[in-house]
Design a protein around this ligand. Structure first.
Ligand code: C2O
Ligand code: CU
Ligand code: CU
Length: 479
């Protein structure tokens, strides 16, 4: 039986002291509930209607928890989009307070990004639309209301987005939703025996639950009719990072990172997944086998616990995979900025600032020429953080001067920063110009984001950077 050794895994170094807190004792884990599979909504069927509303959910069997959800009481449907297709959405806010809906990892015009500048008041409906430009990928949606993102996501407003394209379709990967292509939205929560779910259980990082739910299922198992299964892993946790392994140590094929398929599968035993990151893996078992997905304890406060997550039960009569795993996946090579590419630096400080500044909704921190390929250096001066950039995709150039591991070579939009570390990113920005609607960059540990560890940039016509207003009020005048 897998148990928690969380507290003993904490590093005693001085830098960890600020982050130190007691870990709640964990419960024995037994997989007793079939994995919930979120409803699938296909964008080709017309406008997608989403409604965020409060509800009640049976998270711990036999109890009820007050939750929020999208088109349901907890979490939301999976949206299926296709590269090149138009998508129209109607997002209605039936919550008791203002929220927003952000399409994490989607390349959308800034005015439809769903960040803090696109609030949806209670009772209102917001109608964003765009043409899908992402390659095949696993993305997600969640609120981004400045100061209350952590609370809205914590209550359950989040869902997965799957983008398909013709090239990915041709690769022969498991692709039948809910059958051999499983959405796995990982969140950690502490849920009392009475169903209560306390918010912000850790003084620095915020929500750090003592159990993991997959698609809202506690103690989840999946019954599988095929021996080869693809897991779309999405870390929708407020703060926790997972070090995912199969309990028996068998290897998996990593096939996709945040922004889509890799060039080729990477065989590995462990997938590290910080808040907001995604990874797709393919797992191969034998008929009748039971495999357990677990998270191993790391050395940081946000990954210091050992947790069981999901049991994969392969039916005795499961169908074997029709063909060997593809050796090529068609993903793009790492980004390679030209010599002399624009370089910018960001220092993460404490729990609430970047480059000595706390987030200010009226301040434009950076102005980026459309289509730029830049080098961004992120330096973490304290305990664990991460860094997410809207409206772009990036690859990792190096970590503390060393090239990234092969499994970190895919296209990403969110990167983990261990305490006191530095990462250099090659960042590819999009072509849409809009000097009046900013994109965000921030730590995706939601409490830090809410506290102000966030900045804003606009993407403008190349050559107009110097003339671009640095405050939004000013931008309004000129517009
Ligand atoms: Cu997942 Cu700025 O967000
Ligand atoms: Cu985002
Ligand atoms: Cu942080």
């Amino acid at each position: 039986m897998l148990r928690a050794f969380g507290a003993t895994a904490l590093v005693a170094g001085a830098a960890s002291l600020a982050a130190c807190a007691t870990t709640s004792p964990q419960r024995p884990w037994s997989p007793r509930t079939p994995l919930r599979i979120p409803e699938l909504i296909d964008a080709s069927a017309g406008p997608i209607r989403l409604e965020a509303a409060p509800g009640r959910t049976e998270l711990r069997p036999g109890t009820t928890t007050e939750t929020w959800g999208v088109n349901g009481a907890f979490l939301g449907p999976t949206l299926r989009l296709r590269t090149g297709d138009p998508v129209e959405l109607e997002v209605r806010n039936a919550l008791p307070e203002t929220t927003t809906m952000h399409w994490h990892g989607m390349h959308v015009p800034a005015e439809f990004d769903g960040g803090p500048h696109q609030p949806i008041a209670p009772g209102e409906t917001w109608r964003p639309s765009w043409t899908v430009r992402n390659r095949a990928a696993t993305l997600w949606y969640h609120p981004h209301t400045h100061g209350s993102t952590a609370m809205h996501v914590f209550h359950g407003v989040a869902g997965m987005i799957i983008v398909d394209d013709a090239d990915a379709d041709s690769r022969g990967l498991p692709a039948e939703y809910g059958v051999d292509d499983l959405p796995c939205i990982l969140i950690d929560r502490t849920i009392g025996d009475d169903g209560s779910m306390p918010f912000d259980t850790e003084p620095n990082f915020g929500q750090m639950g003592d159990e993991v739910l997959v698609n809202g299922t506690l103690g989840a198992y999946a019954d599988l009719a095929r021996t080869r299964v693809r897991l779309r892993l999405l870390n929708a946790s407020n703060a926790r990072r997972y070090l995912l392994e199969l309990e028996d140590g068998r290897e998996m094929d990593l096939i996709a990172a945040d922004e889509g398929l890799l060039a080729a599968p990477q065989r590995l035993r462990r997938v590290a997944l910080g808040p907001a990151e995604r990874a797709e893996v393919v797992i191969e078992g034998a008929p009748g086998e039971r495999l357990r997905l677990v998270s191993r304890a790391g050395v940081e406060r946000i990954d210091g616990d050992e947790l069981a997550i999901l049991e994969l039960r392969i039916r005795p009569d499961a169908a074997p995979a029709p063909a060997p795993m593809p050796t090529q996946l068609g993903g793009p090579p790492p980004l390679a900025p030209a010599p002399g590419a624009t370089a910018r630096s960001f220092r993460l400080q404490g729990h609430d600032s970047i480059n000595d500044a706390v987030m200010d909704l009226a301040r434009i921190d950076e102005v980026i020429p459309a289509g730029a390929l830049e080098i961004w250096t992120i330096e973490n001066t304290v305990y664990a953080h991460n860094f997410h950039i809207h409206g772009c995709e990036f690859t990792i150039l190096d970590r503390d001067g060393a090239p990234p591991e092969p499994w970190e070579g895919g296209r990403k939009d969110t990167v983990h920063l261990p305490e006191r570390s530095r990462v250099r990113l090659a960042v590819q920005f999009g072509d849409d110009v809009d000097p009046r609607h900013p994109f965000m960059y921030h730590c995706h540990i939601l409490r830090h984001e809410d506290a102000g560890m966030m900045g804003q940039f606009v993407v403008v016509e190349p050559g107009t950077e110097a003339a671009t207003p640095r405050t939004l009020a000013e931008a309004g005048h000129h517009g």
